[in-house]
Design a protein around this ligand. Sequence first.
Ligand code: KIV
Ligand code: ZN
Length: 386
Amino acid sequence: MERVYIFDTTLRDGEQAPGFSMTTEEKLQMALQLARLGVDVIEAGFAAASKGDFEAVKLIAEEVKGPVICSLARALEKDIELAAQALEGAERKRIHTFIATSEIHMKYKLRLPPEEVLERAEKAVAFARRFTDDVEFSCEDATRSQREFLYRIIERAIKAGATVINIPDTVGYAVPEEFAQLIEDIRNNVPNIDKAIISVHCHDDLGMAVANSLMAIKHGARQVECTINGIGERAGNAALEEIVMALKVRKDFFGGLYTNINTKELYKTSRLLCRITGSFVPPNKAVVGDNAFAHESGIHQHGVLSNPLTYEIMSPEDVGFPSTRIVLGKHSGRHALKSKLKEMGYELSEEEIDKIFEKFKALADKKKEVYEEDLEAIIYEEVMKI
Ligand code: KIV
Ligand code: ZN
């Protein structure tokens, strides 16, 4: 049984997305909840990005115990110094330094020749090691980088002291099989790769961030970078709750890999983020969406009421979700109606239930959901004749 480390970047990559910025106090509140959730690493921010980010990393480093606290830093001495300064109060700290490795990024963004990028990466890692022995190196835009160059830069970063090598799919370009192969190739072609943990960081531009992350884990990655509710740049990052539950529910497929996450805290963490940022989760969102454990159709309701496992592959309690929700609507059957009436405390004859069912169906055709108050009105009219 091997552990997969959960690196949460809600407060860094997640916060970078439009509409998700948080105050220092809000970030602290979120970080405390992430610690309760059991994440291994909290990327608290990008200390050099702004005074506010620096303060947030500093406060989280001082106040949050348990997870490793991390700050992002470009491969520049001044960024790394600021990260180290902000992290001073941390029980355990990590500096995460990165540089772009794809031709397009090196040419148009960095305006640096590849050899200079190699030098900078090596120097940055060695410099970061002066402040902590936990240094992560990321090859930004790894999935669009030239393969041999990627191997070389990873080798140099490990030699310089990187303990975690992160492979980001920065623009969400990869597809699962190809990404899995990239991880395999890195494991087979980079000397001393076993001295570092391989991490992945996937974006969701083509809706494959979670699938790509999971395939990378299956092929040897042991740290996964993700965010609560999948928030992040553009279409977002891989959703933490989906990765964690996929590993848990499909332990058989993933060879018993496990995480340290207390899954019962997932729903609460998701909703705390919503409250803080004023965002919402789509109802059909996997694991934490309002409909994740809701059933409206008669066939499904009958199944779930007889045995929840017929249509639920995990239980709502496992993720801290309030409970399975039987939604009464136009697709619902008599079985669900009868169970609801019983739950509401009504002992009715089969004949009475038939009458109520007929009225209920007529009403359900006119509105999206039939509530307890609607049923009460029908009962008063049809049974009590009030
Ligand atoms: O997407 C990305 O490449 C990043 C890196 C800084 C890790 O966020
Ligand atoms: Zn990213």
